[in-house]
Design a protein around this ligand. Structure first.
Ligand code: NAP
Length: 259
């Protein structure tokens, strides 16, 4: 399927690895001029080179922390007049809410709520003026089905979701859709790192824990970053102009509900 977005410009945040990288790769495959950022220069530059070579299109790399004002300014300057914004950042640490200080909450809100809101604020008016825009927020399945030890994530991401639910109804008339893409368990570095910790706590080998955790899902496996990236690219396509203000859960059916 031709996604109809060749020649468009995108900024994909936190994209040297994992889900962000896969979104950048699928957009580049569709002919989009992509700028990616991440904090580790060597990784983000290597990823840009790899995607660029594989897809035959120049990919711009920027080393920055997207959760800081300077990082966002640099990312927007590198990406230019973007038509597509994929918001992403590392998730906050798990823990017990009794241990979290105000500062912990501010850091989580900065990373997983305010960063995305500020990037939307800096780009959405120009997208509306041009009559086309796609904004996808990578959040988490925990927005629909919260996990108690991920309270910082649940709170910050739900705040972003609520904010976007409101403004999406104002932007779509001028061609700009805003949607959330909610990952369940995807086989990325982040998930593998969590499994190492869980395996140690349970006295299991990593392989045993991987097997057991993936078997818990109705699909009997974890999601792949490629599946996630392709779905993101579809949400950014011309065909998805009437999908707006939605939160698409990709979890293999783990969240049990009829609709
Ligand atoms: P990942 O494989 O660990 O990749 C994270 C990427 O984000 C890396 O490229 C990392 O590079 C970059 N990054 C992290 N913090 C950044 C910052 N402050 N500024 C710029 N770049 C930053 O993680 P992932 O699995 O793709 O997860 C992506 C998001 O989805 C996270 O918010 C995660 O909580 C959420 N999520 C993931 C899953 C899952 O199963 N994978 C499930 C639910 C939710 P640097 O470290 O070099 O900056």
């Amino acid at each position: 399927m031709d996604l109809g977005i060749a020649g468009r410009k995108a900024l994909v945040c936190a994209a040297s690895k994992g889900l962000g990288r896969a979104c950048a790769d699928s957009l580049a495959e569709a002919g989009v001029e992509v700028t990616i950022c991440a904090r580790t220069r060597a990784d983000v530059e290597a990823t840009a080179r790899e995607i660029g070579t594989a897809r035959g299109i120049a990919v711009t790399a920027l080393a920055c922390d997207i959760t800081t004002p300077e990082g966002r300014e640099a990312a927007l300057a590198a990406a230019g007049d973007i038509d597509i914004l994929v918001n992403n950042a590392g998730g906050p640490p798990p823990g017990d809410f009794r241990d979290w200080s105000r500062q912990d909450w501010i850091a989580a809100l900065d990373a997983n709520m305010i960063t995305a809101i500020e990037l939307i604020g800096s780009t959405v008016d120009a997208m509306m003026e041009r009559g086309f825009g796609r904004i996808v927020n990578i959040t988490s399945g925990s927005v629909k089905s919260p996990i108690s030890i991920l309270g910082l994530s649940n709170g910050a991401r739900t705040g972003l979701t609520g904010f976007c639910a409101g403004i999406a109804r104002d932007t779509v008339r001028r061609g700009v859709t805003i949607n959330g893409l909610l990952p369940g368990p995807f086989d990325t570095d982040r998930l593998r790192g969590n499994l190492v910790v869980r395996a140690k706590a349970a006295g299991m080998s990593y392989e045993e824990m991987y097997e057991a955790a993936s078997a818990e899902n109705p699909a009997g496996r974890f999601g792949t970053a490629e599946e996630f990236g392709k779905t993101c690219a579809f949400l950014c396509s011309v065909h998805a102009g009437y999908i707006n203000g939605q939160n698409l859960l990709m979890d293999g059916g783990a969240f049990r509900s009829s609709i």
